[in-house]
Design a protein around this ligand. Structure first.
Ligand code: HXC
Length: 510
């Protein structure tokens, strides 16, 4: 009996060493943790239970039958993050470069099936060289099986991908279908085809970092939702993110104990808006002063910064915030900001996370670059997302809400539940100057007349009351009471029920 117990322990030890100490040392020398070290940092102490530790590949081509390593390049299992069930798989780069074989894929799909059946989030930690070259189509099929489950799980359980090393070929597509992708700066990169293939096909010379590093994907391609300086920081931030997320699409938002008074006034907000309507201010200040304990998890902070998206809490419960940022491009909506906002709104709606929208938007960005780039279609994504979202929606207009952008930013007309405006709100088709220049074109050579016309327009429209008279604004509120008003509104909207007609799915303008 003792001998059998010892044998189990020996087998476990062998499996845990993966591709061997030399490769583990190489991993550490690159500033990366191993798959098991990452999992142990991610999950609560002693909560991880590993599955399929002894699985080996079945390939016998290219002499592979002589080279088998228990676990086959991926560590899978379940555990908890701050007590809440979480499924995790981590690619083990020390074993065949973390590449995906048929059996490696089976380990992941088994985990995906369990996570979906038991309705809990799944996190993938990526550090891998793509399809196992020796396995050919069996590896490709394995990817397909993983992708299919990514899609079936989408909108049912949160799926998060963290890129912590190479992530090439098939390994890039599975994260692309998950809800969030995060990267580690300098040690991770993500692309469909690497620099060598790029050189052969397009004759471009490019490094892996230039092609698919964290800075590319967080600032240009918008593939990644954020980047962190090292493995530990990335993993700790993932624990923070999971605390904000529901376990699944029926579980409801998590509720954490909060010691921050929901009725807290923020008197500084009464002077947040500058006297000059063309002067910017930091919308993030409003978000941070509104949320519990100033705790805000921003999504895509480095991309399309003219719109801010992220998670905070009110009365301990998760809320998704979307806000125009006057500090960047005056908070205008362009194609990138629209796509960013739309994806975030849709995530919140999938998982029943209420949405709070802070509006200060001068309109959609004009110009050929935007129109040729499909602004109409991308702007429509944000409009579509807000209109179809049935979660509680609360909007606060702080200053400008002009033109189509007024409608798009969670207006009453797009089924928003409660729409507040600060007294400084200006809700109109466009700014006073632009409006008078169009309406009184024949008076343009008389500056005094134009100034008087502009003043007239401002007096009439540069306020929230025309909209309030029509009921498009439910209440004009004092800026300092924003947290109190929004918290109360969301409390009263908790039992909201919204009916939508049966459909297979909608046809979002892609
Ligand atoms: C088998 C692989 C492998 C792979 C790496 N290894 N990639 N084994 N299949 N795809 C092995 C190496 O042989 C090596 O084994 C170990 O992993 C570490 O690899 P190195 O090359 O020494 O590491 P490094 O220099 O850091 O380079 C990492 C890398 C590179 C950039 C990932 O290995 C690489 O380019 N690999 C191939 C990437 C690729 O083209 N994959 C196929 C994509 S096509 P030893 O024994 O020496 O430790 C694809 C199609 C799917 O994925 C499509 C689905 C839709």
């Amino acid at each position: 009996m003792k001998h059998i117990l010892e044998e189990l322990e020996t087998r476990r030890q062998t499996a845990r060493i993966g591709g061997g100490q030399r490769r583990i040392d190489a991993q550490h020398a690159r500033g990366k943790l191993t798959a098991r070290e990452r999992i142990s940092a991610l999950l609560d102490d002693d909560s991880f239970e590993e599955f399929d530790m002894f699985v080996e590949h079945r390939c016998s081509d290219f002499g592979m039958e002589k080279s088998k390593i228990a676990g086959d390049g991926v560590v899978t299992g379940w555990g908890t993050v701050n007590g809440r069930l979480t499924y995790v798989f981590a690619k083990d780069f020390t074993v065949f470069g973390g590449s995906l074989s048929e059996t490696h894929a089976l380990k992941i799909t088994k985990l995906q099936d369990m996570a979906l059946r038991n309705r809990a989030p799944i996190i993938g930690l990526f550090d891998a060289g793509g399809a196992r070259i020796q396995e050919g189509v069996a590896a490709l099929g394995g990817y397909g099986e993983v992708f299919q489950r990514n899609v079936v799980s989408s909108g049912v359980i949160p799926q998060i991908s963290v890129i912590m090393g190479p992530c090439a070929g098939g390994d890039a597509y599975s994260p692309a279908m998950t809800d969030f992708i995060f990267m580690v700066r300098d040690t991770s990169y993500m692309f469909v085809t690497g620099p060598d293939v790029v050189k052969t096909v397009t004759n471009e010379t490019v490094t892996a970092e230039e092609l698919g590093g964290a800075s590319v994907h967080t600032t240009r391609s918008s593939i990644a939702d954020g980047a962190f300086d090292n493995d530990i920081e990335a993993i700790l931030e993932m624990r923070r993110l999971i605390d904000f997320l529901p376990l699944n699409n029926t579980d409801g938002v998590p509720e954490l104990p909060s010691f921050d008074d929901p009725d807290r006034y923020e008197m500084a907000l009464d002077t947040l808006i500058p006297d000059n309507p063309n002067k910017p201010y930091d919308m993030r200040e409003l978000i941070l002063k509104t949320v519990d304990e100033g705790d805000f998890f921003e999504i895509q902070a480095a991309f399309a910064a003219n719109i801010v998206t992220g998670f905070g809490r009110l009365e301990g419960r998760t809320v998704g915030f979307v806000a125009n940022q006057p500090m960047v491009l005056a908070g205008v909506l362009d194609a990138d900001a629209s796509r960013k906002g739309a994806r975030f709104v849709r995530f919140c709606d999938c998982f029943n996370i209420p949405i709070v929208t802070f509006v200060d938007v001068p309109g959609f960005l004009p110009g050929t670059a935007q129109e040729y780039g499909g602004l109409i279609k991308h702007g429509a994504k944000l409009l579509f997302a807000y209109a179809e979202a049935t979660v509680p929606k609360v909007t606060v207009i702080t200053r400008k809400a002009y033109g189509g952008a007024y409608v798009v930013m969670a207006s009453k007309h797009l089924s928003s539940d409660i729409n507040y405006a600060w007294p400084t709100a200006e809700i109109a088709v466009m700014g006073a100057k632009g409006a008078t220049e169009i309406l009184y074109r024949n008076e343009l050579d008389d500056p005094d007349k134009i100034a008087a016309r502009t003043k007239d327009y401002e007096d009439r429209f540069a306020n929230p009351f025309i909209a309030a008279e029509r009921g498009y604004i439910d209440e004009v509120i004092m800026p300092h009471s924003t947290r109190r008003r929004v918290s109360r509104a969301l409390r009263r909207l908790r039992s909201k029920e919204a009916e939508t007609p049966w459909k297979k799915h909608d046809n979002l303008p892609l």
